[in-house]
Ligand binder design. Structure first.
Ligand code: SF4
Length: 241
C-alpha cells in the first residue's frame, strides 16, 4: 500500500515524501557518506540510462534557450510540437526579437502561459542581440539577465550547449534526490547547492539528466516503482507496496 505519511528531512522537519524510511539506508548521512552514495547511484543509473540527454529538441544554444523558456509548466513533448514552426519562422535571435508578439503567441499557444512566454522569448532574443552581440552567453550571471531564464534554464543551457558543470534542478530531480537521501532541502537553490557539494563537476550534467529520467520513468511523483528500482538498496525511502 502506498502511504501518504510525512517523513523527515535532515533538519527533522516533516516533508512530503509520502514514503516509508528505508532502514537499510538511513538518512541523514554525513557529507562524505552522501558523496559516496551519489557515486554509487551514478554508476547504477549510468548503466540504466547511458545516453541521458535533454528531451527538448534543438540544434543550437538559441533554440535550446527558447525551448527551455517555453518548457515552464508544460511537458517537453508539448514544447517539441511548437518549436519546429517557431524556429522555421524565427531562425535566430535577430528575427525573433523583431517578431510580432501576436504571431508568436499563436504559435506557442499550446504550451500555456503563452502571453508571458511570448514576451519572454522575444525579450530574451533581444537581450542576446543587444547585450551579447547575437550569441547566447555562457555565464550564469549573463544568462540570468535574460527574461524567462532562471537558474534551472541557465543550467540546462550551460550543461547541454557549453559543457559546463550544471546541476539541473527541476521537479523530477528535486523529488528523486530527496527520496534518495542526497538532500534534505526543499528549496531548489539549496538542493542545487547540496548536490554541487557532493557531485564531481565532470559528472554533474550527466547525473542531473539521469536522475531526471529516473524520476520520469520509475521514481514518479505519485507511484514510485520501488520494486523494480535498481537503486532501491541505496534509497532512504521506499514505498510500502
Ligand atoms: S523508486 Fe527508487 S529512488 Fe524512488 S523512492 Fe523508490 S527506491 Fe527510492
Amino acid at each position: 500500500m502506498y502511504r501518504y505519511e510525512p517523513c523527515y528531512t535532515a533538519t527533522n522537519k516533516p516533508s512530503c515524501y509520502n514514503l516509508d524510511r528505508n532502514p537499510a539506508a538511513p538518512y541523514p548521512h554525513s557529507m562524505t557518506e552522501r558523496a559516496d552514495k551519489l557515486q554509487k547511484i551514478y554508476k547504477v543509473l549510468k548503466g540504466l540510462y547511458p545516453k541521458a540527454a535533454t528531451f527538448l529538441v534543438h540544434r543550437n544554444p538559441y533554440e535550446l534557450m527558447v525551448a527551455v523558456i517555453l518548457s515552464a509548466r508544460t511537458t517537453d513533448d508539448q514544447v517539441n510540437r511548437v518549436t519546429p514552426k517557431l524556429f522555421k519562422d524565427y531562425p535566430n535571435p535577430p528575427s525573433l526579437m523583431k517578431a510580432d508578439v501576436k504571431k508568436v503567441e499563436r504559435i506557442i499557444f499550446p504550451t500555456g502561459f503563452y502571453k508571458t512566454k511570448a514576451r519572454n522569448i522575444i525579450g530574451a532574443a533581444a537581450g542576446v542581440v543587444e547585450k551579447f552581440g547575437g550569441t547566447v552567453p555562457q555565464s550564469m550571471t549573463e544568462l540570468l539577465s535574460l527574461p524567462g531564464v532562471g537558474r534551472k534554464s541557465a543550467n540546462v543551457i550551460r550543461g547541454h550547449c557549453f559543457d559546463k558543470p550544471a546541476v539541473i534542478v527541476d521537479t523530477h530531480f528535486s523529488r528523486v534526490v530527496r527520496r534518495l537521501g542526497l538532500s534534505g532541502e526543499e528549496d531548489p537553490g539549496r538542493i542545487e547547492k547540496d548536490i554541487v557539494s557532493l557531485c564531481p563537476e565532470d559528472i554533474q550534467t550527466d547525473f542531473s539528466m539521469m536522475v531526471n529520467i529516473h524520476g520520469r520513468r520509475i521514481c514518479t511523483a505519485r507511484k514510485p516503482d520501488c520494486s523494480r528500482c535498481p537503486v532501491s538498496s541505496l534509497c532512504s525511502f521506499l514505498c510500502n507496496d
